[in-house]
Design a protein around this ligand. Structure first.
Ligand code: 3PG
Length: 399
């Protein structure tokens, strides 16, 4: 069944529970280190407020027990600055205090409710019908007329604020959700040939993407970078040296080498490996051709080299689709930022370009690269979509 969007919602004078994902990196002082996720929801929130809605914002920040687990007052203050409408805050989520704050809203006003994960049930995964029986949903739903889910980045979670509220209330996709589903759910229809550039350090997640896009015939080429490429190089019999091999072993990724070898055996004609890598030598970047590996004792492959950027660059420009998932090296360190920066800049020239995954979007923001057709707000959710999984918070919106 088609998902209803804001185009199907009569907004004026209705009280809406709007789930967004503003889970953001925080500084040691608890300030927002990056407000990109808040800015992403401005369109949805502004539209609902301009159309006379009364908006109760639901969101989470961090994970229970973690150092990023915090109240949403700072997020509410930032939203108040970003939106042309008053945005309040209450330190309650579904209690009578929360309901009072929601029921006190006028048309075109918003209140941010407290971090949903301050309540233990919100950090558990339930089937939707069971999620609808949790305290959060039973407490809050009576104060709301409808539910809007704009939290694409959390849509792979089956938690009460994501799957329980739309059981009790008519559910709609917000503008972020709508666009993410259109783009990431529509990869079969994008211009061909399709190239997936898969890198980063989360090797099992990335290999799942590689497997899926090759098995489903979605990718004409997979260009490997980052630690993912190192795993493929080892699978191909390249001696990367002890430092790179030890890192992969310590991360618990040793078995992934067999998985990469299977992928090379089955789809080797569509998988490309780096031609050179960058290591640190005498405090500087030093590039080595793969044919000349291993590096010297203690040197680890930290980035792709210039020859690889040039060779891959020919594939990621011009006609067709490019999907970037995962940085090409340790981009946080300027010595090893070049591969990611130059490859990503080149990819903006592709006919159609999509960026998926939290670290990838962070790299793009760090380098200030613009010009992609779509930069996903999702990390795990974007990966799940790229591997063709169904997202529970999306399925429940289908009714
Ligand atoms: C994310 O940051 O990917 C989402 O907000 C989901 O967060 P989680 O992985 O803690 O559930």
């Amino acid at each position: 069944m088609a998902i209803q969007t804001l185009d199907d919602l009569a907004v004026q004078g209705t009280t809406l529970g709007v789930r967004i994902d503003i889970n953001s990196p925080l500084t040691d002082d608890g300030d927002l280190a990056d407000d990109a996720r808040l800015r992403a929801h401005v369109d949805t929130l502004s539209e609902l407020l301009d159309r006379g809605g009364r908006v109760a914002v639901l969101a989470h920040q961090g994970r229970p027990g973690g150092d990023q687990f915090s109240p949403l007052r700072t997020h509410a203050d930032r939203l108040d600055e970003l939106l042309d409408a008053p945005v309040g805050y209450t330190d309650a989520t579904f209690s009578s205090d929360a309901r009072r704050a929601v029921e006190g809203l006028g048309d075109g006003e918003a209140v941010v409710l407290e971090n949903t994960r301050f309540y233990s049930e919100e950090y558990m995964e339930f089937p939707p019908e069971r999620a609808a029986e949790t305290h959060l949903v039973e407490g809050l739903a009576p104060a709301l007329d409808a539910y809007v889910n704009d939290a694409f980045a959390a849509a792979h979670r089956s938690q009460p604020s994501l799957v329980g509220l739309p059981v009790e209330l008519p559910g709609y996709a917000g503008r972020v959700m709508e666009r993410e589903l259109d783009v990431l759910g529509g990869m079969e229809g994008t211009p061909e040939p399709r190239t997936y550039v898969v890198g980063g350090a989360k090797v099992p997640d990335s290999l799942a993407v590689v497997e899926s896009v090759l098995d489903r015939g979605l990718a004409d080429a997979v260009l490997t970078t980052g630690v993912v490429a190192n795993v493929f190089l080892l699978a191909d019999g390249v001696d990367l040296g002890d430092a790179s091999a030890d890192f992969i072993y310590e991360q618990g990724y040793w078995d992934e080498i067999d998985r990469a070898a299977d992928l090379l055996a089955e789809h080797g004609d569509r998988i490309r490996l780096p031609e050179d890598v960058a290591v640190e030598r005498d405090g500087d970047r030093h590039e080595i051709r793969v044919a000349d590996l291993p590096p010297e004792e203690g040197e680890a492959a930290m980035d792709i080299g210039a020859a690889t950027v040039e060779a891959y660059g020919e594939t990621v420009t011009g006609p067709g689709t490019v999907v970037l998932n995962g940085p090409a090296g340790v981009f946080e360190d300027e010595t090893f930022a070049d591969g990611t920066r130059r490859l990503f800049e080149t990819a903006t020239d592709a006919e159609y370009s999509v960026v998926g995954g939290g670290d990838t979007a962070a790299a793009i923001r760090r380098f200030g690269i613009e010009g992609f057709d779509h930069v996903s707000t999702g990390g795990g959710a974007a990966l799940a979509m790229l591997t063709g999984e169904r997202l529970p918070a999306v399925e429940v919106l289908r009714g």
